[in-house]
Design a protein around this ligand. Structure first.
Ligand SMILES: Cc1cc2nc3c(=O)[nH]c(=O)nc-3n(C[C@H](O)[C@H](O)[C@H](O)COP(=O)(O)O)c2cc1C
Length: 410
């Protein structure tokens, strides 16, 4: 239980996303945190104190001038008897109030009176979010030491509009809370690390493409594990169905050529971890229109050309990161192939995994599955790691990278 014994004071603002705060309470409590809730009067238009109280298993605080509450707990104790204050959803109004020091209701008074860290998860219409007043308030709050998670881009619940302003999903907020409350040392603080993940899609025509079975689970887990150790992680992800890892700036690309451009633009970096299963080939001429099936003509023949080799490109780049890690998914001659790759691509080590059906890893195999069995191939030898979950592989690899980077001075 990652948040065992932690006390969260959750302030729910008056926005549509208030319904997600209910799930957030559940997620925090199942991780061992206790959650006390303050609701603004606008928030009570969206969700009831009854639901919030049932989920938090505590009294819900709503009124600054409630004689009983003020006598029992009081706004000052409320603001200090917590390890962290979380505002979710943080309305434009709550951000404005705190940025300007207003304290005219319980939520804003508690925010002003606290001596504890504050995390805000803004949620609002994209126009409200991009308004110069909100931008100013966001910048002021950042300078005042308020932490933020989101907002995310996407469809807005209320208006059939899309853009930046969605509240992050509860699990992303939980990850941000865990990161803020995590007091363990951050050996990768100040280090910038590029990670690639997922497959690439190489178009045949506007509706068809060549792909592979990579799910992005291992690459995304590595990005998250490096971020947990304090790294500034830039993830370049091919098309995957899993969410962006929390605390990681993620760029989405489709083809190998796009991935190469994105990676090169992110250089220089302290390290690069190239997990993506990049297609070796693409079609020479992707058709501009859907290729039609014509009776009697038979199937079209696809002419393939080689894609850029991203790992080798970075391994021999003039801005080569101090540490370059590649992945080798092989179905045969795992070690000799990985050793050859290490030399050819200018990598410091290769994480080799057997993706054949005979690997015996997990019920669904390595590609797409949740488990992995890897060997770390470097110039000094081969280290075999036992089969474990992809999150565990990621944590061990992140620790290894942190160890190696200690010897590389920036
Ligand atoms: C249907 C509806 C949805 C709203 N959604 C949001 C929202 O998502 N974000 C926001 O900042 N304000 C939203 N508002 C406006 C706030 O409810 C309003 O600014 C309110 O005064 C905020 O109060 P509070 O900050 O004390 O919770 C919405 C209003 C309505 C009527």
């Amino acid at each position: 239980m990652t948040l065992s014994g932690k006390r969260i004071l959750l302030i729910i603002g008056g926005g549509i996303a208030a319904y997600k705060a209910l799930d957030l309470i559940r997620r925090l409590r199942e991780r061992g945190a206790s959650v006390r809730v303050v609701m603004t009067s606008a928030a009570q238009e969206f969700v009831t104190t009854l639901s919030v109280g049932a989920l938090s298993a505590d009294h819900v605080f709503t009124d600054l001038f409630d004689r009983n509450d003020e006598h029992d707990v009081g706004h000052i104790r409320l603001s200090r008897e917590a390890d962290l204050l979380v505002v979710a959803p943080a309305t434009a109004d709550l951000m404005a109030k705190l940025a300007n020091g207003h304290a005219n209701d319980l939520a804003s008074t508690v925010l002003l009176a606290t001596d504890k860290p504050v995390l805000m998860a803004p949620a609002m219409n994209p126009r409200m979010w991009s308004h110069p007043a909100t931008r100013r308030n966001r910048a002021t709050l950042g300078k005042d030491g308020i932490a933020f998670v989101g907002p995310a881009k996407g469809e807005m619940a209320e208006s059939n509009e899309a853009g930046e302003g969605r509240m992050p999903e509860p699990l992303e907020i939980v990850a941000a809370i865990e990161a803020l409350l995590d007091t363990r040392p951050k050996p990768l603080a100040g280090r910038r690390i590029i990670v690639t993940s997922g497959p690439t899609h190489e178009p045949i025509d506007p509706v068809r493409y060549i792909a592979n079975r990579s799910s992005g689970k291992q690459g995304h887990a590595i990005a998250a594990a490096l971020a947990k150790l304090g790294a500034d992680v830039r993830l370049v992800s091919g098309p995957v169905t899993i969410p962006d890892p929390a605390g990681v700036a993620t760029l989405h690309v489709e083809t190998a050529a796009e991935m190469k451009d994105a990676v090169e633009q992110l250089l220089p970096a302290d390290a690069g971890v190239f997990v993506a299963a990049v297609a070796d080939w693409r079609t020479a001429n992707a058709a501009g229109e859907k290729i039609k099936k014509v009776a009697g003509e038979g199937p079209p023949s696809l002419q393939m050309i080689e894609n850029p080799d991203i790992l080798a490109g970075v391994g021999h780049h003039k801005q080569r990161p101090g540490l370059v890690v590649g992945f080798a998914a092989e179905t045969q001659d795992l070690i000799s192939n990985a050793e050859a790759k290490l030399r050819k691509k200018g990598a410091d080590f290769i994480v080799a995994n057997d993706v054949s059906h005979e690997s015996g890893v997990g019920p669904s195999g390595v590609m797409g599955g949740d488990r992995n069995k890897v060997r770390i191939v470097s110039r000094t030898g081969v280290e075999e790691w036992p089969e474990m979950g992809k999150d565990e592989v990621a944590a061990r690899l992140a620790a290894l990278i942190a160890e190696r980077l200690k010897t590389i001075v920036v």
